[in-house]
Design a protein around this ligand. Structure first.
Ligand code: FES
Length: 106
C-alpha cells in the first residue's frame, strides 16, 4: 500500500494511505492527522496546512506556486522546504513521502 508519512514535531509519525489525485491536506484530514486544519478547504488562503517536506523529496515536488509562496511568507516557522499540503497532489510517485508538521500553524 502506498503511503504518505506525517510526522509531528513531537516525533510521532502517522502513515496515511495515498489516494492518487487527492491533496496531502485532504488525505491528512480524512485520516485525522493532528495539526493539519485546512481551514480554507484547499484554496491556498489560510496557511493551516503547512508542512515541511523532507529534503530528499523537496526537489521531486517542483516549485511552490505564487499563491503558496505568498501564504508561506506569512507562516510561522517557514522553512526552505515548506509547502502547503493543499497544493501537493498525491501521485503514486510520492509513495513514502515524509512531511513534518510544524509545532505552530496560523
Ligand atoms: S488548506 Fe488553506 S492554505 Fe491549504
Amino acid at each position: 500500500m502506498a503511503i504518505i508519512r506525517f510526522a509531528q514535531h513531537t516525533g510521532t509519525e502517522q502513515d496515511v494511505p495515498l489516494t492518487e489525485g487527492s491533496s496531502l491536506m485532504d488525505l491528512a484530514r480524512a485520516h485525522n492527522v493532528p495539526g493539519i486544519d485546512g481551514d480554507c478547504g484547499g484554496s491556498c488562503a489560510c496557511g493551516t496546512c503547512h508542512v515541511i517536506v523532507d529534503a530528499a523529496w523537496a526537489a521531486k515536488l517542483g516549485p511552490r506556486n505564487e499563491e503558496e509562496e505568498r501564504m508561506l511568507s506569512m507562516t510561522p516557522e517557514c522553512h526552505p522546504n515548506s509547502r502547503l499540503a493543499c497544493q501537493i497532489l498525491a501521485t503514486a510517485a510520492l509513495d513514502g513521502l515524509r512531511v513534518q508538521i510544524p509545532e505552530h500553524q496560523f
